[in-house]
Design a protein around this ligand. Structure first.
Ligand code: HEM
Length: 321
């Protein structure tokens, strides 16, 4: 029997306007959707029961006094777009944020036997310091970051429990205090951080293998980089997609399977949706940091300086101390 996901064709589940969900995993389809002005990120709860449930979880539960995390904000939100541009420029200038956190992350990856500080706390602190030099992560803040990052995928019962017993609110409070009220920093130290932590763990596993250590970061990242499993889109008007038989409508929930598209293409731009309007502003600073980390692994190997392979930009002048 052919597995359901054996190719990248869209899958649509449709029962009139009552249920209309389409799963997209072809990078070309994702790019096409990105180019459509009527394809949005804001979920309108008036468009159906599923939209209502998703909106409640992302905007209300994961919201902060009526404010929504940047990653759930509308495409048309001019302030969001302006901050995205501003952060991108600022992060790029940091060139991987050299410092004790980056060195410790490199040590953790390069020496799989070495026990060190909790890697989650370390990565969260690296992420927090992209925004605030004084950011200090703790075990409690890391647990809070993970809780928020995992909340969208919780079962209805687990989500309800975390809501009523106050654990979700407590996590949000801890993250918000450390972020000094900056919701972009809250996003970076929770949802963003979780993808970096998992990537760093994968790199450490890869570093155990001699064959892997001989590969460039680009090659290794094709297997190790952790991309968001899913991002959601909706339509503000009917949209005729060339790869679908029926038009997308404002009742359709578009589920973009980012990690699947990345696994199929191995294209880092797909993992960060770099070519679209919602591009991750941290993509280059993350790759710069990982490049420095992987360089340390390869130096451990031969004690020699290994040239970088140029994802994003040349790195010639950098070494990890
Ligand atoms: C491996 C790590 C990461 C990956 C693969 C990743 C990937 C992505 C993707 C695919 C999006 C687009 C979401 C959408 O279109 O709905 C996004 C958005 C975003 N990411 Fe990342 N991200 C990572 C880590 C981070 C970190 C550490 C930060 C902050 C320091 C960050 C900050 C943001 C922000 C602020 C947005 C929202 C952009 C906007 O729409 O205005 N990300 N990221």
């Amino acid at each position: 029997m052919t597995p359901l996901f054996s190719n990248l064709r869209p899958i649509r589940l449709r029962l009139g306007t009552w249920l209309d969900v389409v799963l997209i995993s072809d990078p070309e389809h994702i790019r096409w959707l990105d180019s459509q002005q009527h394809v949005e990120r804001r979920i309108d709860p008036e468009r159906g029961w599923l939209h209502r449930i998703v909106d409640r979880r992302l905007r209300v539960d994961m919201g902060f006094d009526g404010e929504v995390l940047p990653v759930f904000r509308a495409r048309s939100d001019a302030k969001r777009a302006e901050r995205q541009r501003e952060l991108m420029a600022r992060f790029d200038a940091l060139r991987g944020l050299p410092g004790p956190e980056r060195n410790e992350i490199a040590g953790y990856v390069a020496n799989p036997k070495q026990k060190g500080r909790d890697i989650g706390v370390l990565v969260q602190q690296w992420c927090g310091r992209l925004f605030l030099p004084q950011y200090r992560a703790t075990k409690e803040s890391y647990a809070a970051g993970r809780r928020l990052a995992r909340f969208p995928a919780q079962s209805p019962f687990a989500a309800w429990r975390q809501r009523v017993d106050g654990r979700l609110d407590r996590a949000k409070e801890v993250l918000m205090d450390l972020a000094e009220g900056d919701l972009h920093c809250v996003h970076g130290t929770s949802i963003g951080m979780e993808n970096v932590v998992r990537t760093v763990r994968n790199l450490r596993n890869a570093a155990r293998s001699e064959a892997q250590r001989g590969r460039s970061l680009d090659e290794v990242l094709r297997e190790c980089l952790v991309a968001p499993p899913v991002v959601l889109r909706t339509c503000t008007a009917d949209v005729e997609a060339p790869f679908l038989r029926k038009p997308l409508t404002p009742h359709t929930l578009i589920v973009v399977l980012v990690s699947r598209a990345f696994a199929a293409s191995g294209d880092l731009d797909v993992a960060f949706l770099s070519q679209g309007w919602s591009a991750c502003p941290a993509r280059r600073v993350i790759l710069d940091m990982l490049r420095a980390v992987w360089s340390a692994v390869r130096q451990e190997d031969g004690g020699r300086r290994v040239p970088f392979d140029g994802v994003g930009r040349s790195w010639d002048a950098h070494t990890v101390h």
